[in-house]
Design a protein around this ligand. Structure first.
Ligand SMILES: *Cc1c(COP(=O)(O)O)cnc(C)c1O
Length: 389
């Protein structure tokens, strides 16, 4: 048996080197708006092979900055998958625009090209002024970006990829974040994500005008005047925000980013191990397996989410989760379909999205974090065997 602590579904991986970087930043001249912000952004551009990185306070503000950069406003509509974290939809609402929830594939939880086409036809039937699509690489598994991009081009829609789950992945030969198909990629550095800065986020883009707009917007939209008007002078033409990430956070980000490939391969190993162990439990449990390696060269696994047929099993998910927690294993559900949240049903009514509902009924995320030991993983598998047989 392993020690008494509860296994979380995800957690950070901080070492002595990270602590040294942060301590050095604390002793430097700049705690914020200093050189480490630029350094982190440069490193992030290099890692993701993107032209511009705008660091910001978290993954939610990253999404909001992308919405601001494209000038979303009241009366605009944005397509968002229903299976995602609340932030993906909420950021659209921050900008005053409306959310059109899109269904997902019932076995992967991802927005498919067909689901997107269906959502677009709903928008057309209702005469919605459609502006953009936000796709989500749920659990780290990339959506079919190339096909989504083709559809977006045809319909003149901006494509934003919420890549908060997928940092470290490689899609069609390029790192996630490269913006080969998307106008923006957004990232979160919350402790459960691929790398952490405590709280933190970033947007990547290859378009200079978007990058400049987001830089202004993350700092009150203060436009510095030409030097001959005085170095101290600035104009503000519209409202901006304080969405900055500090030098202290960026110090941690710089240090964490050096280790990301190592983090990703540890997660890959754990996922492979889980998949091999759960083979026996089919047909109750479906593991995340069907990946076309020619298209998806590497997955930056954020979550290990399995699909369990609780009806066949004759046990509720609630019950299984409780029993697992009694055994020291914390599981999680990613996610409750956002379109069923009271805020959104009040706004748009309760829509039926069958793929989202089917995925939601079966999904369960098991512990997955870089420092997880093989013995801990085996323990999780054993407990699930015992409770389901
Ligand atoms: C974590 C996450 C966010 C929000 O990130 P925060 O840093 O917590 O604001 C947005 N979208 C997805 C898909 C996420 O997983």
């Amino acid at each position: 048996m392993i020690d008494k602590k509860v296994l979380p579904y995800g957690r950070q991986d901080i070492d002595e080197e990270d602590i040294k970087y942060v301590a050095a930043a604390l002793g430097s001249d700049f705690l914020t708006t200093g050189p480490l912000v630029e350094k982190f952004e440069e490193d992030f551009c290099k890692y993701t092979n993107s032209k511009f990185t705008i660091s910001c306070s978290n993954g939610t503000s990253a999404l909001h900055l992308a919405c601001l950069a494209i000038g979303l406003k009241k009366g605009d509509w944005v397509i968002v998958p229903s299976i995602t974290f609340l932030a993906t939809a909420n950021a659209v609402r921050f900008s005053g625009a409306e959310v059109l929830f899109c269904d997902v594939d019932e076995s992967s939880g991802l927005m498919t090209p067909n689901a997107l086409r269906e959502a677009i036809s709903v928008a057309k039937r209702n005469n919605f002024r459609l502006k953009a699509v936000i796709s989500v690489h749920l659990t780290g598994k990339p959506v079919d970006l190339a096909s989504l991009k083709t559809i977006c081009d045809l319909e003149k829609l901006i494509l934003i990829s919420d890549s908060c789950h997928a940092l470290g992945g490689v899609y069609r030969g390029s790192p996630i974040g490269a913006c080969n198909y998307e106008d923006f990629n957004t990232f979160s550095f919350h402790p459960v994500k691929a790398i952490t800065t405590g709280e933190g986020g970033a947007v990547t883009t290859n378009k200079k005008e978007y990058a400049e707009k987001m830089k202004l917007m993350r700092s009150h939209n203060m436009e510095r005047k030409k030097p001959n008007n005085g170095w101290w002078a600035y104009d503000m033409h519209s409202l901006g925000y304080n969405y900055r990430m500090s030098d202290v956070q960026c110090a941690l980000g710089i240090s964490q980013l050096k280790k990301i490939d190592n983090f990703v391969s540890k997660r890959e190993t754990l996922v492979k191990f889980y998949n091999s162990k759960f083979g026996k439990l089919a047909p109750f449990i479906k593991t995340p397996k069907n990946i076309d390696r020619k298209v998806i060269n590497r997955v930056g696994w954020h979550l290990y989410s399995v699909l369990i047929d609780f009806d066949k099993l004759k046990m509720s998910r609630e019950n299984l989760m409780k029993k697992l927690l009694d055994k020291g294993i914390r599981t999680q559900v990613h996610y409750i379909p956002v379109h069923t949240q009271p805020y959104y049903t009040t706004r748009y009514g309760l829509k039926t999205l069958p793929g989202s509902n089917k995925y939601f009924r079966k999904t369960l995320s098991l512990p997955l974090f870089t420092q997880m030991k093989v013995a801990e993983l085996e323990y999780v598998v054993e407990q699930i065997y015992d409770l389901t047989s």
